[in-house]
Design a protein around this ligand. Structure first.
Ligand SMILES: Cc1cc2nc3c(=O)[nH]c(=O)nc-3n(C[C@H](O)[C@H](O)[C@H](O)COP(=O)(O)O)c2cc1C
Length: 351
């Protein structure tokens, strides 16, 4: 870790979380934070959706909601960066406080509620971006929208051309009713309308569906069935959880919102493995939830993930974590005799 980063982390941790986040984004946008620029170990190279990616470690949605620093985050060593969630119209999100650190639990609870600048502002920013690396754009729906499916369709139309893949986020716990879109009928209708919009706009773009970790076995089976039938390109498992508060120590443990970080690792990896089984390994999966080191990333891959994402651990460990995870992951793959990430995907899960 650079000296600056090691000095900045404790200071940032003493600031109110949203102010610390705003300052972090400002520092990234102004080149104050720089990472090591070592080339990735060739063992970490993956190919997903026909795209060659030098490593499978990605930045999860929510860190860069307005696509201010995707290139800075790619330069820090992420193989993939996902920006958003972006909604059609700008919206302020829920009243503050709405973001809580739980350091004893290596966790965060948030009920931000899709605070973001909206499609137009993000499109204007991305139109001037120098394209490199793999960029995912995560789409959300406005809180007061009367047709939420139309919000995702407009996201595809407005922002799709800037993306290497688009994530349809139907799993945020902080927009009332949103998660109902994960049910079989609504999901089928959503994916059908997105497909139509893609064809109309001549967009050849992989669509990823991001799901909650709080779904029952039947819901997961429905999602897998619809995803296979509709030829979905990917599933991201998972968003934050509304459960799993037992055993947490920090005073904020019962705040309303989505829990991320260490307590989510086990539950989200279990759902990931279940989805891998249910889709019989036919759909590339993004494993996200509680990844804080190379062993966690490796566990996601063994459970069935072709790509891994993280956010919360970055808050506690800073940008040096990215290189550390890649080093540890490569060492584990080598130690177990895997010649590539792809060779390890799903080997811990019986199909
Ligand atoms: C502060 C915060 C904001 C988030 N915002 C979004 C979002 O806008 N869209 C989304 O799909 N996921 C969002 N997430 C969820 C993350 O992308 C990720 O799925 C989840 O935090 C689990 O990963 P982690 O344990 O590595 O943080 C957010 C998470 C946090 C902590």
């Amino acid at each position: 870790m650079s000296l600056l980063a090691s000095l900045a982390l404790p200071l940032l941790r003493r600031m109110e979380p949203e102010r610390a986040h705003a300052l972090t984004l400002w520092a990234l946008a102004h080149g104050v934070v720089r990472g090591e620029t070592a080339a990735d170990d060739s063992l970490l190279a993956v190919e997903v959706w026909g795209k060659k990616i030098s490593n499978p470690i990605g930045l999860a949605a929510g860190f860069d909601k307005n696509a201010v620093v995707p290139n800075a985050m790619l330069r820090l060593g992420f193989g993939v960066v996902e920006v958003g969630s972006v909604t059609p119209r700008p919206q302020p999100g829920n009243p503050r406080p709405r973001l809580f650190r739980l350091p004893e639990d290596a966790a965060v609870i948030n009920r931000l509620g899709f605070n973001n600048e909206g499609h137009d502002a993000v499109a204007a920013r991305l139109a001037t971006r120098a394209r490199h690396g793999i960029l995912g754009i995560n789409l959300g729906a406005n809180k007061d929208s009367v047709d939420r499916v139309a919000d995702y369709v407009s996201g595809l139309e407005e922002l799709g051309r800037f993306a290497d893949y688009v994530t349809i986020n139907v799993s945020s716990p902080n927009t009332p009713g949103l998660r109902a879109l994960q049910s079989a009928n609504e999901l089928d209708e959503l994916l059908a309308r997105l497909d139509e919009a893609k064809q109309k706009a001549h967009l050849d773009l992989p669509l990823v569906l991001k799901i909650a970790p709080d779904l029952g076995t039947e819901d997961l089976a429905d999602i897998a069935r619809v995803a296979l039938a509709r030829g979905l390109a990917g599933l991201a498992v998972s968003n934050t959880t509304v459960g799993h508060r037992e055993g947490l120590r920090n005073k904020f443990r019962n705040e309303v919102g989505g829990l991320s970080g260490r307590p989510l690792l086990g539950p989200s990896t279990e759902v990931l493995a279940e989805i891998y089984r249910l889709t019989r390994g036919r759909i590339p999966l993004i494993g996200v939830g509680g990844v804080a080191n190379g062993a966690d990333a490796y566990a996601k891959i063994l459970a069935g993930a072709s790509l891994v994402q993280l956010y919360t651990a970055l808050i506690y460990q800073g940008p040096a974590l990215i290189q550390q995870i890649k080093r540890e992951l490569a060492a584990r793959l080598r130690a177990d005799g895997f010649a590539s990430v792809a060779a390890a995907v799903g080997t811990g899960t019986r199909i």
